[in-house]
Ligand binder design. Structure first.
Ligand code: 9MR
Length: 365
């Protein structure tokens, strides 16, 4: 009996070790690129007017977008770069609650309008970002004459804000990040003001209000670290619930990634998991953090080339599921990661509006 027990135990150990289901220790080698006629260097880049949108959107992969501020549209160099490379725009901050409705019922539309009008005039799509978040959200929503507002009042304010914003851009904004970052890294609901006052109901009310205001808009749940298993399982549960009420169309994976991670196996599992639910996938805020290095050295450049190269290879492999990839900023110097005294180099274009090394990896396929 004892022998049998040990035999059973060793079989169990063998099986569990050989199918660890864990992450790859290192990412698998990248296939050597097939010869193509896309630019390989600055000289070839300057000799063509084609850009990312030609290689990805027009070739049947996915939209290529960028998050911008309205001030970008006053700068001819930035406008030229946007028109050459992008077919989709996101307002980096201009559509957030504190920008649009800083005090109750008083709407500032000018910055958001400027971006939408530019997009319409130049035949670019717009992703709306974001209707309900725990940041950039004014205090008045949660207050009522000096005390905490009731759940009913908060939900009323949420619904009327969403009706106004989505209603204004109906037919012009094709997709909305309705709720942003409602799940925390441990997989529970984020303990925001929204949650502490309304419980999870605010999520459903937000989606419902967006659906009512523009039934044709695609509605997304959007989050960071969406490839991390614990968080992913909770997001999947939330999506299932939203799907059963026909309130969601897509999952937005922000994509604030690093030179070394997430591992491709994690990304693949996440794409498979979300796509299996029947929603479309978008990478909504892509950038690759270069860490604490104060200069863009050749070592950092080569790591970033390989990171961008392998992530985009992965996106192409999932072209049937992924409908859009948006960069969180146009040039390194305007990235949220680039802080005074703490430079970062997360994007594909440098401060002179020139493509960096990784650009050529992204288009080399
Ligand atoms: O890039 C945005 C930065 O300019 C703002 O100061 C910040 C406010 O918290 O939000 C940044 O954008 C965030 C996005 O809206 C949601 N996902 C995380 C992004 C980076 O913080």
């Amino acid at each position: 009996m004892k022998k049998l027990f040990y035999l059973f135990l060793s079989i169990l150990i063998f099986v569990s070790c050989s199918d660890s289901g864990g992450e790859d220790p290192i990412d698998p080698p990248i296939e050597p690129p097939v010869e193509n006629d896309r630019p390989k260097n600055m000289e070839e880049y300057n000799a063509t007017s084609d850009g990312l949108r030609d290689y990805y959107f027009e070739d049947g992969y996915f939209d290529i977008g960028v998050a911008i501020s309205p001030q970008s549209l006053d700068k001819p160099d930035e406008v030229a770069l946007i028109k050459r490379h992008m077919n989709s725009l996101t307002a980096e901050n201009a559509m957030k609650w504190s920008s649009i409705e800083p005090t109750e019922g008083n709407f500032n539309w000018s910055d958001a309008d400027k971006i939408v009008d530019f997009a319409v005039a130049n035949d670019l799509k717009v992703r709306g970002h974001t209707l309900c978040w725990h940041q950039q959200v004014p205090d008045w929503i949660f207050e009522d004459n000096g005390v905490e507002a009731s759940k009913e009042l908060v939900l009323e304010r949420l619904k009327s804000h969403i009706a106004a914003v989505v209603g204004r851009y109906k037919g012009k904004i094709y997709a909305w990040d309705v709720v942003n970052e409602a799940i925390d890294d441990g997989g529970g609901y984020r303990n925001s003001k929204w949650y502490s006052i309304c419980g999870e109901d605010y999520i459903f009310e937000a989606f419902n209000a967006a659906r009512e205001a523009d039934p044709d808009a695609k509605l997304f749940y959007n989050d960071y670290n969406a490839t991390e298993p614990q968080k992913r399982y909770s997001i999947e549960k939330l999506l299932e619930d939203l799907i059963s009420r026909q309130l969601v169309d897509g999952m937005g994976l922000q994509g604030h990634w690093n030179l070394d991670g997430p591992y491709l196996s994690r990304i693949r599992d996440a794409f498979d998991g979300y796509a299996a639910l029947g929603v479309e996938l978008q990478i909504t805020e892509l950038d690759i953090n270069t860490g604490s290095a104060t200069e863009y050295t050749s070592t950092i450049e080569s790591k970033q080339k390989s990171a961008y190269g392998r992530y985009f290879q992965e996106f192409r492999d999932y072209k049937d599921e992924i409908t859009s990839v948006t960069f969180w900023g146009l040039t390194d110097d305007h990235s949220w990661l680039n802080q005074p005294g703490k430079p970062n180099f997360p994007l594909l274009f440098d401060k002179n509006y020139d493509p960096k090394g990784p650009y050529f990896d992204v288009i080399d396929f």
